[in-house]
Design a binder for this molecule. Sequence first.
Ligand code: PEP
Ligand code: MG
Length: 564
Amino acid sequence: MSSTTTSRATTPLTGTPVVPGVVLGPVVRPAGAVRLPDAASAETLPEAAREEERARFTAAADAVAGRLAARAAAATGMTAEVLSATAGLARDRGLLGAVEQRIATGVPAAVATVQAAQQFVDVFTSLGGVMAERVTDVRDVRDRVVAELTGQGEPGAPAPDTPSVLLADDLAPADTAGLDPARILGLATRLGGTTSHTAIIARQLNLPLVVAVEGLDAVPEGATVLLDAEEGTVTVDPEPSSAGAQVEAARRAAEALAGYRGPAATRDGVAVPVYANVQDGAGTRAAMAAHAEGVGLFRTELAFLGRAAEPTVEEQAAGYAEVFEAAAGRRVVLRTLDAGSDKPLEFATPPEEANPALGVRGLRVARRDPGLLDRQLDAVAEAARRTGSTPWVMAPMVATVGEAVDFAARVRDRGLVPGIMVEVPSVALLADRFLQHVDFLSIGTNDLSQYALAADRLSADLADLTDPWQPALLALVAATAAAGRRAGKPVGVCGEAAADPLLACVLAGLGVTSLSCAAPAVAGVGARLAAVDSAACREAADAALAADDPRAARAAARAALTRG
Ligand code: PEP
Ligand code: MG
């Protein structure tokens, strides 16, 4: 869907498309920033008033946590997780204690909240990397508590009467989770990456999203914009009839998706199964209802975030069996615990690493504690026995052939099918050798781009580098898929790249044999594949590989697929 240029329309602002869709509407911005108190002019509270002030603060923090927890209870999946994590921060003993200590010395509650939050922001900022998203959460909780204490309205997501397009600098994940799709048609942010929590939640809500849009600040509230989240553009004051036609075409395309039933194949009949990424039984049931052909990535670690102790083999077996049962005989690819970095597990992750993304994460945890991996594999084998299924089991963050050999032996010993994720460029480079030892590969493009482009996947400032259309990432995918073809073994993609319908066609053209994405993206990917021939996919893949940057790769692939 390309924007029609007319003398009326301004040049579109460009960004990175994340969740597809085309919408038109007036601009709204997040509710005005919460007015924070001025610490310098705050008077010291008399001693007699301090206990009452402390109680007022506790009540405010409680109200904020309660509201977030109630929203979490009404949500599912990652949305629920993000809301509970933010609610947890509003109940965090460290943060609450730091505020109370200040109140005890006579600092008014609102000022104490700002000061204590700043202390946490400074610590998280100095830790860097993985803690970046926590800074947004701390500021979010600070603003909510100050708003509660000072009688300002709840900050965050607006709920306009006229359906609107939300433009923001960035949104806290909790704000994104609170958006009402009946009132917010789509969103564009100046910052934000394609693999951030905000992006993952927008995908779950099926809200068109473009991130990293330059020049968004200058668009006034109330202006009409065309948000084209297929192209990654925001056009201010577009020519009405062509904008309307684009929206209508996108709406019809979305309607066609409702009829999607799978299985996925190109127009000329080359099967490219589209599986779902899940984290539990409920998610698996939803994915099967969305016509996913199985589970391409079961992220086992997500069930245990926030747990202090390792779950027992029995507890794990019960959870895994629920997923196998829900998949009802379809393929399930289970990933062993990917603890560490952006998903720390208290019982598995070493504390205080300088560079957690380059540290002891994923399979590397088994270096320190091989028993943890063995007990998980025992639980998987037990769940397989109970449900009569044969899951495929893969390890995250493999870097060397030796690691793959060791992992495969442990998996085969238990009658399961071993594979590994391709997240570290070393595996893509030596894929032929790894394939001598394992039965399949699954490319995790989120981490593969992080490691290939040397850019933190959580960094909003570097979102252009971790864009899955980076030609260098596509070249690593191509090399891996070629090795799979030579070995006659499957090579799938399970990173966020597989959720982009256009990129899915390119991945198929590169020789990838299956795709796995969030359940709401399954129909879009399957329907797009059904509309193109495999020869056009190959042509699009060659064109994208030959491009110098993500934007050119997208444009070249789109042109090739339109011709084919
Ligand atoms: C990936 O890295 O692409 C992947 C699928 O794993 P995760 O996003 O869970 O790190
Ligand atoms: Mg990964």
